[in-house]
Structure formats: structure tokens, C-alpha cells
Ligand binder design. Structure first.
Ligand code: UDP
Ligand code: MG
Length: 315
């Protein structure tokens, strides 16, 4: 029997992009249904992440035209990762597999055929990997590269150039639902779920309409979250630095002590003294800051607040 697909699309202020991308999603899903590759109970699920524009009205209209479109409205803006997670958890009990995709058609919709054939061959997770991203700005490409390298260096298992375009089977979704952390960094969580996985390559194109919903500030916060929720390397780095400075200063102490005994105490240098005070002060503040970040994160996680609140659904 053909399997039920839920195409999960997080949307934040996408009133401009949705009217253009929805027909494309629809055409693809219909093609797959006609070819008998997926069940006719399959759906396109839009998750409105507390948009401030008419996104929800657009989704409601689409649903009225054709109930294959369905929607989930979050009570406020929870961020891309949580919106996607909310959609996946909503789809989990209704579908055999889900595919997550952005609302702006930057990810090649035709890669879905490859996803499904890998799924039929037994993969529980199929990653969409960007082979080229020439349409992204040089800045975005390079900061992204730096980020992947940094994550790798810090021992985080992450798939290079894979964002959140992926297929997940019901089993993988159930495994994902076991993750109770409120700080979601899905691409790394999914990469460490295990199971049989596969990758499908595609070219990334330009945003169809509207502006990016990931300005630099959000991007940096996202990268920082990714690192601190998967790696304790920064804390370890502080310990190593502390150890290194301690060894260095004890050597200095020995040197000064011997110099004093031999009677040739150097003229106390004002510059070097001031420099080391500033350097040590700075390092200490930085170290306390990093440790504070982790403590803050632990504090936020212990509250176990809901990761999202569903305001309305269309089913
Ligand atoms: N998005 C969201 N909540 C947010 C920010 C973004 O649901 O707070 C959605 C957005 O509507 C889009 C996807 O996440 O479908 C990716 O965002 P965008 O395309 O703006 O990011 P970029 O491709 O520029 O990194
Ligand atoms: Mg985009």
C-alpha cells in the first residue's frame, strides 16, 4: 500500500512566498499520488510560526480550496527549529514519513523523488545536501563553511551543507520525539539518531519571494546554540587555557626567584605589567561568560517549559 507523506513547511511572515510556493508543493505531491508513489491521504502541512502578516489567512484559504493543504498555527513566534519540530510532531501519528522543506522554494522540490526512492530502499532518514549554493551571498556561504568546520572541530556530528530539507520515517520521528530538550538544533539531533540514512544532492536556488527570515543576528544565535547544546569544548578550552597560564606563571616565578637570589632583579617593567593585567582580566571575564552561558542553558532546560503552543489547527 502506498505510504502517507506529510510535507512539513514552517512559515514565518511568508504571505508573499506562499501563494507562489504552495502550487509548486501541490503539483509535486499530486504527481507523486498519481504515480502511486504516495497515498492520496498525503498532506501539505504549513506551520505558521506566529507570523505578523497574513500568512495564516493565506493558509486558511489554501485549505478551503483544497483540504490537501492543512495548517498549524503556533501561538507566537518560536523560531524555525521549534516550528518545524511542532509540525513534525503533529505529523508523526498521521503519516508514514515526513519531508521538511522551507516555504521559499530555495530547496529543489524535485529532490523529493530521490528522497522517496532512498526511503523505499530502507533508509529511515534521507538528508538533502546542497551540492552548490552559488545563489547565496559570499558572506553567507563562507560563514556557513566556517560554522560547519567549527562544529566538526568541536566534535559535533553534523552533515556538511545539509540544512533542514530531509525525509524522516515514522520511526525516526518517534525517536526524535524522545528528545526533551527545549533548545532544539535539529540537524545535529537528527544526525545522531542512528538508523539507516542516505543523502540526496541538489542545487540551492534563490528565495522565490520576500526577504530572508534569518538575519545575521538570528544566524549567529543559531550557530551559538548549535555549538553550546552539542559540545562542551568551549568549557574544556577554558580549563586548558587556565592550565597553560598557570604553568607559564610558575615558570616565571622560578625565573624571578632565581634572578632575585643572584641579585640581578630586572627593572620592573610598567608596560608588561599592565599588559598582563589586562590580558588576564579579559581572559577571566571571557571564561566566566562561557561558563555562565552553559549554566544559563542548564537553567532554561530545567524549567521544562513547552517548546511551542498550538493555537489552531485546520484538521
Ligand atoms: N522560519 C520560521 N520561523 C522563524 C524564521 C524562519 O518558521 O522565526 C521559516 C521561514 O518561513 C522559512 C524557513 O524557516 O520557511 C527558512 O527561513 P529563511 O528562508 O528565511 O532562511 P534562509 O534560507 O535565508 O537561511
Ligand atoms: Mg530560505
Amino acid at each position: 500500500m502506498a505510504k502517507i507523506l506529510y510535507l512539513v513547511v514552517p512559515c514565518y511572515n511568508e504571505e508573499e512566498a506562499l501563494p507562489k510556493s504552495a502550487p509548486v508543493f501541490f503539483a509535486k505531491v499530486e504527481e507523486l499520488i498519481k504515480k502511486g508513489k504516495i497515498s492520496d491521504k498525503s498532506k501539505i502541512l504549513f506551520v505558521d510560526d506566529g507570523s505578523k502578516d497574513k500568512t495564516w489567512t493565506v493558509i486558511e484559504d489554501l485549505h478551503k480550496q483544497n483540504p490537501i493543504f492543512t495548517g498549524l498555527k503556533l501561538s507566537r513566534n518560536c523560531g524555525h527549529q521549534r516550528a518545524l519540530f511542532a509540525g513534525l510532531m503533529f505529523a508523526k501519528d498521521k503519516c508514514n514519513f515526513s519531508i521538511s522543506i522551507d516555504a521559499d522554494l530555495q530547496d529543489d522540490i524535485n529532490a523529493i523523488d530521490g528522497f522517496i526512492s532512498e526511503y523505499n530502499k530502507g533508509s529511515e532518514i534521507v538528508f538533502g545536501v546542497r551540492s552548490k549554493r552559488e545563489t547565496d551571498t559570499i558572506f553567507k556561504r563562507n560563514t556557513a563553511l566556517l560554522f560547519y568546520k567549527l562544529m566538526e572541530f568541536m566534535g559535533v556530528n553534523i552533515i556538511y551543507n545539509h540544512a533542514d530539507y530531509r525525509l524522516m520515517s515514522k520511526r525516526a520521528l518517534e525517536a526524535l520525539s524522545e528528545h526533551k530538550e527545549s533548545n532544539l538544533f535539529l540537524r545535529a539531533i537528527v544526525a545522531q539518531l542512528g538508523f539507516k540514512t542516505a543523502s540526496v544532492y541538489y542545487e540551492r536556488s534563490k528565495r522565490i519571494e520576500g526577504e530572508t527570515k534569518y538575519p545575521l543576528k538570528k544566524m549567529l544565535a543559531f550557530a551559538f546554540d548549535g555549538i553550546t547544546s552539542f559540545s562542551i569544548y568551549p568549557i574544556r578550552f577554558i580549563s586548558c587555557l587556565g592550565f597553560f597560564i598557570a604553568v607559564l606563571s610558575s615558570l616565571m616565578f622560578v625565573y624571578v626567584f632565581i634572578a632575585k637570589i643572584l641579585g640581578n632583579v630586572p627593572v620592573p617593567g610598567y608596560a608588561s605589567l599592565i599588559c598582563s593585567i589586562w590580558l588576564l582580566g579579559g581572559l577571566q571575564l571571557l571564561s566566566i561568560g562561557v561558563i555562565g552561558e552553559y549554566i544559563g542553558k542548564t537553567y532554561l532546560e530545567t524549567k521544562q517549559r513547552p517548546r511551542y503552543i498550538i493555537e489552531k489547527t485546520l484538521e
